[in-house]
Design a protein around this ligand. Structure first.
Ligand code: PAF
Length: 258
């Protein structure tokens, strides 16, 4: 049976009782879908204890409207996590996770900001900060992150290495609908027609000869494109449809197969 912890203090007491057990962790912002389910399933298969968190992290939203309309489906999420065999779920509040406000922050320094860092100022900083806090609270052996948020996955992996965190960051493949659309909590904000059209993001990434062509395909379908770029052996894009911001990426090699 899944145990749910609504305060950090209660969770930290519970965590002490788990010392010595093999712990896997899936951090989420709720509004769970098949992509999250695949992370929990993998975590279940590889660890003695499965811990998940549900926390819509305000510090990673640069647009307050985006935060306001982020879907919140706590009851369904808890039911799903129970059915997937999660042992512990942490549902902390912002004042508990940020007791001094947002006064300690982790941020990637160095190169000029690109992609998510350029288009969502403060996003990577917010993600790294909350992930560091959550990893400190859970102290897992492994933590599971989806490849859909590829830049996030990279900075979290780099941060864990740079700070000698004792947690292995495990990358997990993107889960897609039959149409190719990557599973995302934001998909439920799209109209049925929008959802059909949204599959063009994957189609454009996999069929275009180059990023410029992918951009043109997306624009022709009515997307407002933020970026299409090739880096780290991937082709990555962010674009808005019906005012909903969608991101996706595919291995660059896959773009040659299509
Ligand atoms: O990918 C997400 O859902 C979030 O960015 C994460 C990793 C849970 C941090 O808030």
């Amino acid at each position: 049976m899944t145990q749910v912890w609504y305060t950090v203090t209660d969770w930290l007491n519970r965590r002490r009782a788990l010392d010595g057990r093999g712990i896997g962790f899936v951090p989420t912002m709720g509004a769970l879908h098949r992509g999250h389910a695949s992370l929990v399933e993998r975590c279940r298969a590889e660890n003695e204890i499965v811990v998940a968190s549900i926390f819509v992290n305000p510090s990673q939203f640069n647009d307050p409207k985006d935060l306001e309309r982020y879907p919140c489906t706590l009851e369904n999420d808890l039911r799903l996590l129970e059915s997937l065999g999660a042992d512990e779920v942490i549902v902390p509040t912002a004042p508990e996770l940020y007791p001094n406000g947002y006064c300690f922050r982790v941020e990637p320094a160095g190169d000029a900001p690109v992609m998510e860092a350029a288009f969502r100022p403060g996003f990577l900083q917010g993600v790294m900060t909350v992930v560091l806090k959550l990893l400190g609270m859970v102290r897992p052996d492994r933590a599971y992150f989806g490849e859909k948020d590829y830049q996030q996955l990279r900075v979290v992996t780099d941060m864990a290495r740079e700070f000698f965190l004792p947690t292995e960051i495990v990358p997990c493949p993107t889960v897609r609908e039959e149409s190719g659309l990557a599973e995302s909590s934001r998909n439920r904000l799209l109209s049925p027609e929008g959802k059909e059209k949204a599959a063009w993001l994957f189609r454009a990434l996999t069929t275009a000869a180059n990023p410029d062509q992918a951009r043109s395909i997306l624009q022709a379908q009515g997307f407002v494109v933020e970026y299409v770029e090739e880096r780290w052996g991937r082709r990555l894009a962010a674009a808005c449809l019906e005012g909903v911001r969608l991101i996706d990426n595919v291995p660059a090699a896959e773009t040659e197969r299509w």
